[in-house]
Structures are given as C-alpha cells and as structure tokens.
Design a binder for this molecule. Structure first.
Ligand SMILES: Cc1ncc(COP(=O)(O)O)c(C=O)c1O
Length: 377
C-alpha cells in the first residue's frame, strides 16, 4: 500500500463490536478479568490500551518496522531508548540536535554513568574517530535541528554496526513520508509525535519503532516498568493527525521552497539553511536517501537585534516553541529550543544568536512570503 493509504488504515480496522470507523478512545484504567488468571489480553492500562496499540501498529506500518512503542513525549521516548544501555556504555551523538535531547544526555544520563561524545555525524571520519570499544549506541538527527545538516544514514549505520553498536535516527523533521531510516539500515527510528505526526499542535507524545526484537522487547519492558505512557486521548489525536500526513507533508515542502526562494533573494538574510537547496552541503545525500526536504527552514540575519525586531513583527508566523503543525511558527533556537546547549558549544558549530528557524505551515504560501517580507522590511 502507499503511504497515503497506510496513514489512514495502517494497523486499524473498524471496531469489532460497533463498526465504529475511528478507533475509539478507550478511557479506562483497568479491564474486567473473566476468572483468576483469565483475561482478554488487557489487564491494566499502563501495560495495554487498545487506542495506544492501534497508534503503535499504524506507526510500525508507516516506518516499515516490526513494532512501535509509544511514550508520553519525544524525550520520554529517547529516555526509554537509552535504557537499552548500562553505566559505562558510550554514546556518540550528533553535535547539533534538539537541545532537550542534549540536556537529557548531559544532565541526566551522564550522572548515571553513560558517556557521551558529540560529533558532526555528516563527517564520517569524525564519527569513526569518536568511536570507542565501549560505544554501544549512535544517535543521529538528520536533518539536524536547527542547522539542517544531513547525515548519510546507510554509511553511519555501517560504521555503527562495525563497532557492534546500534543506530538510532530521530526522524521527527522528515517523518516516514520523506525518509525511512530503517530501510537505510538504522536499528531504531524515533519521533516526537508532538510535531508532524500529530500535525496540529494539540498533542505531546513520542514513539520509537524497530525491527530488532531485543530492542523492541526492552522498549516494551521500559514502557510498562516506568510508565511514561501516552493517554488514550493523546493516541487518538496522534492517529487522527497522522491520517492526513500524506496530504500535509507535500504542502509543507511546497511552501518551504517558496519561503526559501524568497529568503535567498533578501540582502538582510545572510544565509539560508535548507537541504533542498543545491548549494547545501548535504544536498546529494538528501536527494539519495529522502523523498523530499521537508518544511523546516533556518536562516541567519545580521545580528541578534535584527532577529529580535523580526520576531516582533511577524503576523502570520507565530513566535513559539515546537514545529510540524499546520500553522507556521517562528523560533529563536538559541534562547528557546536550544537554551540548554552552552553558548560555546553552539558557536563552535556556527549556530549563532541571529539564527531563526521556521516551521513552515500549510497556509497560503503568498501570505507566508508577504508576512516575511513585511517583517524584514
Ligand atoms: C527533533 C526533535 N526530537 C525530539 C524532540 C523532543 O520531543 P518532545 O518535545 O515531544 O519531548 C523535539 C522537540 O522539539 C525535537 O524537535
């Protein structure tokens, strides 16, 4: 089936009892057992919930995985993935990724005995050099947040496997509509459902998918043992949101390309970061391993002051954290999504205070461009 069909029907069928087309919100904490030791596959809602199970089956179909495991947020998902490791294990991660992921690694898991090194994972030599005998996991965002660097997933997977480690790809920015990391050799693909999968800025969630039975078993165990589960209402919203993924994503990209074209024509814009640009260093890899460049665009203005003024003036774009919803958002990463990353770390990779990030929504492109024009003026 094509992704448009799978997004609507994947892992779902009309309710057996009533024929309800939409998977119902099973708002229950527990289930009747028919006799001691005899239940119908459902005992307690932290462990099992039919709405959650439908969402997990749907995402597994979309990511071409054996199974998916849902959590209460993207970060809860990353945290569960890290529970495949033990103290003393080493992780190599991208040096430009969502600030909350960096904070989770540095301020929680380092204290618990995991070791982390950060490199530009688009540079395979740098990645090879960062590997140690104790390296058990490589964590990659591609494209990265917010610099839009692209890593070659297949090559990174080979290097990772040579080391006896497993590769995790955060696919939040591109979604399975544009990129299929498991097909390229990644062992785990994860998402902040909060973003494009949910798609409507009305739910927080996360999900991981894999074909590796051992990793899946551990994720399922952590889901139940720790309990960072999404509620049935949130799973319903994720299921409903993802149904239109194949309609929304091309429009996000179409609008992003028009926004990029406009930004590039402006003197006040110093640099535009978008992997769909032929001048982007990851353009060729991006063309090879994705089906599109997505709806996220970053750009640099002349100064922090200019970025501040710009942010005050936008009318259709809204200054807000998050991304991937139908409405266009503007973010100042160094003070918002990446405030947890030390300034020196940011500056080392060319991530300035004058950098702005756009999550280009699905409004009319002309209105978006006009808004940027008047804010720049
Ligand atoms: C690429 C990426 N991964 C993970 C996360 C974390 O997801 P959540 O906010 O749902 O915990 C975010 C949040 O912005 C993100 O942008």
């Amino acid at each position: 089936m094509g992704i448009g069909t799978d997004a609507i029907h994947g892992g779902q069928s009309p309710d057996k009892e009533t024929g309800a087309i939409s998977v119902p919100i099973y708002q229950t904490s527990t289930y009747k057992q028919d006799a001691i030791g005899q239940h119908r596959g459902y005992e307690y809602a932290r462990t099992h919930n039919p709405t959650r199970a439908a969402w997990e089956r749907c995402l597994a179909v979309l990511e071409k995985a054996d199974e998916a495991v849902a959590f209460s947020s993207g970060l809860a998902t990353t945290s569960a993935i890290l529970k495949n490791l033990k103290a003393g294990d080493h992780v190599v991660a991208g040096n430009n990724m969502y600030g909350g992921t960096y904070r989770l690694f540095e301020q929680i898991y380092r204290r618990l005995g995991l070791e982390f090194d950060y490199v530009d994972t688009s540079d395979l030599d740098a990645l090879r050099e960062a590997m140690r005998p104790a390296t058990r996991m490589v964590f990659v965002e591609t494209p990265t947040n917010p610099l839009m660097n692209v890593s070659d997933i297949a090559a990174v997977a080979d290097l990772t496997h040579d080391q006896g480690a497993f590769l995790v790809v955060d696919n939040t920015f591109l979604t399975p509509f544009f990129q299929s990391p498991l097909e390229l050799g990644a062992d785990v693909v994860m998402h902040s459902t909060t973003k494009y999968l949910g798609g409507h800025a009305d739910v927080v969630g996360g999900i991981a998918a894999s074909r590796n039975a051992e990793i899946l078993e551990r994720l399922r165990f952590v889901q139940n043992a720790e309990g960072a589960v999404p509620g049935p209402q949130d799973c319903f919203l994720a299921l409903r949101g993802v149904k239109t993924l194949a309609v929304r994503m091309p429009r996000h990209e179409e609008n992003a390309r028009k926004v990029v074209e406009f930004l590039q024509s402006q003197n006040k814009v110093k640099r535009v970061f978008y992997p769909g640009l032929e001048t982007h260093s990851g353009y060729e890899i991006s063309r090879r391993q994705t089906r599109g460049a997505g709806g996220m665009v970053s750009f640099d203005l002349e100064s922090f002051g200019a970025a501040q003024e710009f942010a005050k003036r936008v009318r259709v774009f809204t200054l807000a954290e998050s991304l991937g919803g139908i409405e266009s958002l503007l973010c100042h990463p160094s003070s918002m999504t990446h405030a947890a990353v030390p300034k020196e770390e940011r500056e080392r990779i060319g991530f300035t205070d004058s950098l702005l990030r756009l999550s280009v929504g699905i409004e009319d492109a002309d209105d978006l461009v006009e808004d940027l024009r008047q804010a720049l003026a």
